[in-house]
Design a binder for this molecule. Structure first.
Ligand code: EPS
Length: 394
């Protein structure tokens, strides 16, 4: 069985499409299951005016009938409400923009940090809008829609994914330890999805200050998956290692610059005795510094991934650049944008984690129908239980 996931759509184009193939037949799904995740993604203190225009909701295009998946590719559409204001700029027809030099709202002063310059050179575009419209994080709407279906599937196996903001604008949160669960029930109450109230207040002040200065802020999100069975992914080949696949998927989120599993970079500074998680009777672990993988496979412990996002590269107080039209020095283009999107990035990271785990689950257990997949998972869990020393949780 092939699992595939792709998206299409430009930020100010007609809309966004997400396509997901390989989800077994018989999974109950509703538009509300998806829309609730889209709404979470739209939130977060520090977002710009665009989120007041949009009201993201999916329309099913394919793959679902009578509230259940069919096993066929699932296609979902989200209209861009802002398209209304951009029709003449973004129209697909040639006669709407007869002269490429005469296009409206051209971007010829590439923003340092954005895809503008490299993309314009690579794709031989004079107007960097041809690049930035797709490079925009608006695309993540479609990722979150696909991730919502994956989350629904994972929940059938008691796998639950959540996230919280661990750091924003240089303010480090100190949440209670262990992190309370379900983490999203608490994180979603906070305007910056932070579990530490004191840090939340400070973060909001920093966002306000950055906005006043025409600047932007980055941060770190921790994403957690509970209930993941031992043995997803594999040690046998580089491209089957789950940690590598997670890193790729999370690093692909716009503006993400770093991904750590468990202790991450900190593990490199410690002795082995302070890093590895001792195996206790019943195969329980004394600690989970590995963050839930060993040898490219899940250990059965919570998956704990930290994702670092750089500050958004559209600055209202712009940096130096070179004008693509004149070749002369200029100030980078300023467009309406967000001061920070770190809280939203957590929701997107949850979606990407759900997509990677779904792919790994389907590749290990197969199944065209949910019933078949469940039998396969149950058989494997019974096998693992049989090998687990008595009196222990498995
Ligand atoms: C983005 C710029 C802003 C963000 C956008 C990502 O959009 P606009 O230029 O329309 O104000 O709001 O994010 C979204 C639209 C979204 O849905 O997350 C960028 O340049 O990446």
């Amino acid at each position: 069985m092939t699992f595939r996931f792709t998206t299409a759509g430009e930020s100010h184009g007609r809309g966004l499409v997400g396509i997901l193939e390989g989800i077994p037949a018989g999974l109950p799904v509703s538009a509300a299951d998806v829309d609730v995740e889209l709404k979470r993604r739209m939130g977060g203190y520090g977002r710009g005016a665009r989120m007041k225009i949009e009201s993201d909701r999916i329309e099913w295009l394919a793959g679902v009938r009578a509230g259940e998946t069919l096993g066929s590719p699932i296609a979902m559409l989200v209209w861009n409400r802002d398209w209304e204001h951009w029709q003449d700029v973004m129209a697909p027809e040639a006669d709407a923009t007869p002269d490429p030099q005469g296009r409206r709202r051209q971007v010829t002063r590439p923003r340092p940090g954005h895809a503008d310059l490299a993309g314009s050179l690579k794709y031989d575009r004079l107007d960097a809008r041809d690049i930035l419209e797709r490079a925009s994080a608006r695309e993540t709407v479609a990722r979150v829609a696909c991730g919502a279906i994956c989350k629904k599937l994972l929940r059938e196996f008691n796998i639950e994914i959540g996230s919280h903001v661990a750091e924003l604008g240089g303010v480090v949160a100190h949440p209670a330890s262990p992190i309370p669960h379900p983490v999203n029930e608490i994180a979603d109450q906070s305007p910056v999805r932070c579990l530490d109230k004191e840090a939340e207040t400070e973060i909001i002040m920093r966002i306000d200050a950055a906005k006043a200065a025409g600047d932007t802020l980055g941060g770190i999100v921790e994403v957690i998956a509970l209930g993941v069975p031992v043995g997803l992914g594999s040690h046998v080949s580089w491209d089957r290692k789950l940690d590598g696949r997670l890193a790729q998927a999370l690093m692909s989120i716009p503006a993400v610059k770093g991904v750590e599993l468990g202790l991450g970079f900190e593990a490199a500074r410690r002795k082995g005795s302070e890093v590895h998680d001792e195996i206790m009777p019943g195969f329980a672990r004394a600690t989970n510094r590995a963050g839930g993988t060993e040898g490219g496979m899940t250990t059965g412990e919570p998956l704990v991934v930290r994702v670092a996002m750089k500050p958004i590269s559209t600055l209202m107080s712009p940096l130096k650049t070179v004008d693509l039209k004149t070749g002369g020095p200029a100030q980078a283009q300023s467009e309406r944008s967000d001061v920070t999107a770190v809280p939203a990035m957590g929701v997107i990271a949850e979606a990407m984690l759900a997509i990677v785990l779904t792919e790994a689950l389907l590749e290990k257990f197969g199944g065209d129908a949910l019933s078949e997949l469940k039998r396969n998972v149950d058989g494997y869990l019974a096998q693992v239980r049989a090998r687990t020393p008595k009196g222990a949780a498995s």
